[in-house]
Design a binder for this molecule. Structure first.
Ligand code: MF3
Ligand code: CO
Ligand code: CO
Length: 271
C-alpha cells in the first residue's frame, strides 16, 4: 500500500521557503568549514543561525525513528569514511578531510533537506573526483524528474553513472518524500531499473541524496547507533536536494545564492 502525497499550492509555497532556508544554512556555514574547527562547533554555529537568524527549527535534533535513540544534535557531519548521520562532536577537521554537512530545517511546519560536500584545504585527486561524480549523480537523478517518469529512472541513472566511474551505491539509505513530515513515502532508491516503481506526478516532493562509496557498497553502523561508515573504510560522498515534480519537469527547492549550479553535463543535456 503506497500513499505518496500530492502537495497543495500552499504546501509548495511553504516548501519553497523551507528549502531555500535549508540551503542558506549551508551558505552561512561555508566560510567556517576550515582546518582546526570541530564538527561540534559547526553544529553550534548552524543551530544558532537557524534559531536566532532564520527562525527555523533543526529537524534532526531529538529526531527518533523507530529503533533509534534521539539524534542529539542539530545537523549531521559526516567526515571521510562516514557515509551519513555523523554526530557532531569534538572531532577537529584537518587538511585533506572531506565532510558532508546535512541540514534539515523546519519553517512553518515544512521541512527543507539538503547537503553538500566540503574540502578542508586541498583534497586528494581521489576525494575531489568522488565528490564531483556524486554531485553529477545527484543532478543526473534530478534530471529524470518529470510527470510520467518513474522513480526507478532516478536510481537507474545514478547507479549506472556511479558504477561506470568505478564506485558503488549505498543501498541501506535512500531519498524520501518530505513535507510536513521529515521522512515520508516514497523511498527514492539510488539504484534500480528504468520504468519501475511509482510513476511521478505533479506536486510530489522528495529528496535525491545519493551516497557513493569509493570502494565497496557495504556499510557498518557505529556503536553510537547513528554514525554509518563504509565497511572497507573507503571514502564516501553524498549530495542532497529536495525536488518538486512540476507540470513539465522539476523544480529544485533547496537552491540559494551559494548553492553550486548544475554541472556541465546537465546543461549540455538541457541545451
Ligand atoms: N537529513 C538526513 C536525510 O537526508 C536525515 C538525518 S536524520 C538525523 O534524510 F536524525 F540523523 F538527523
Ligand atoms: Co533527506
Ligand atoms: Co538530509
Amino acid at each position: 500500500m503506497s500513499s505518496i502525497t500530492i502537495k497543495t499550492d500552499d504546501d509548495i509555497k511553504g516548501m519553497r521557503i523551507a528549502g531555500r532556508l535549508g540551503s542558506e544554512v549551508l551558505d552561512y556555514i561555508t566560510p567556517f568549514v576550515t582546518a582546526g574547527i570541530t564538527t561540534g562547533e559547526l553544529d553550534r554555529l548552524c543551530h544558532e543561525y537557524m534559531i536566532n537568524i532564520q527562525g527555523t527549527i533543526p529537524a534532526p535534533l531529538n529526531y527518533c525513528p523507530p529503533g533509534y535513540t534521539p539524534f542529539p544534535k542539530a545537523i549531521c557531519t559526516s567526515v571521510n569514511d562516514v557515509v551519513c548521520h555523523g554526530i557532531p562532536g569534538d572531532k577537529m577537521l584537518k587538511n585533506g578531510d572531506v565532510v558532508n554537512l546535512d541540514i534539515t530545517v523546519i519553517k512553518d511546519g515544512y521541512h527543507g533537506d539538503t547537503s553538500r560536500m566540503f574540502f578542508i584545504g586541498e583534497p586528494s585527486i581521489m576525494a575531489r573526483r568522488l565528490s564531483t561524480i556524486t554531485f553529477e549523480c545527484m543532478w543526473l537523478g534530478i534530471s529524470k524528474v518529470r510527470p510520467g517518469g518513474y522513480l526507478g529512472d532516478i536510481g537507474h541513472v545514478i547507479q549506472q553513472y556511479a558504477e561506470k566511474a568505478g564506485y558503488s551505491v549505498v543501498r541501506e539509505f535512500c531519498g524520501h518524500g518530505i513535507g510536513k513530515i521529515f521522512h515520508e513515502e516514497p523511498q527514492i532508491l539510488h539504484y534500480g531499473r528504468q520504468g519501475t516503481l511509482a510513476e511521478m506526478k505533479p506536486g510530489m516532493i522528495f529528496t535525491i541524496e545519493p551516497m557513493i562509496n569509493a570502494g565497496r557498497k557495504e556499510i557498518r553502523e557505529m556503536p553510537d547507533g547513528w554514525t554509518i561508515k563504509t565497511r572497507d573504510r573507503s571514502l564516501s560522498a553524498q549530495w542532497e536536494h529536495t525536488v518538486l515534480v512540476t507540470d513539465t519537469g522539476y523544480e529544485v527547492l533547496t537552491m540559494s545564492a551559494g548553492a553550486p549550479p548544475p554541472p556541465e553535463l546537465i546543461k549540455a543535456n538541457a541545451a
